[in-house]
Design a protein around this ligand. Sequence first.
Ligand code: PNS
Length: 171
Amino acid sequence: MPRQGTSVIAIYPGSFDPITNGHLDLIQRGSKLFDRLIVSILRNETKSPLFSVKERMEMLREVVQGYANVEVDSFDGLLVDYAEKRGAQVLLRGIRAISDYEYELQTALMNRRLRPELETVFLLSHEAYSFISSRLVKEVFGLGGKIQGLVPHSVEERLQRRLAKTKPRGA
Ligand code: PNS
């Protein structure tokens, strides 16, 4: 879509359950490329998340507060409809490894079919984060492994509090 002097708004959609340093790295990169970046959490997930949408939005807001052009939101329904509602021209997604590519290609092409004028832009996060996923972070943390450096400090604290609540004493 030609810019014609208008600002480019990008949406970075995802589950963010919870946000990792890989996500944060992508947000930093996206905030430099686009005039406005809306990080938006999918609300109607079928998989049962560890953190509620409200908690995930709080965690996201805590870590993006330094970026003046980054906003946190949530959505349900079709992503392309939400993008239209928000006036976005770009969907931002991260690719960590070739294993991400097939799913991302399928969804990007489906989104293009649904709304051809919306472009999906893929960015690579720093290679140091290429193995991190929210799922692995939760698994490792739940089993007592160290997750220092994989998620923002505030997220680590929340995970600790959540674990303390769910685990019986002495377990
Ligand atoms: O962080 P995730 O779980 O990989 O994010 C997946 C997400 C939220 C981007 C994807 O599931 C999505 O866009 N869902 C919204 C519903 C939709 O538009 N589905 C059709 C996509 S082709």
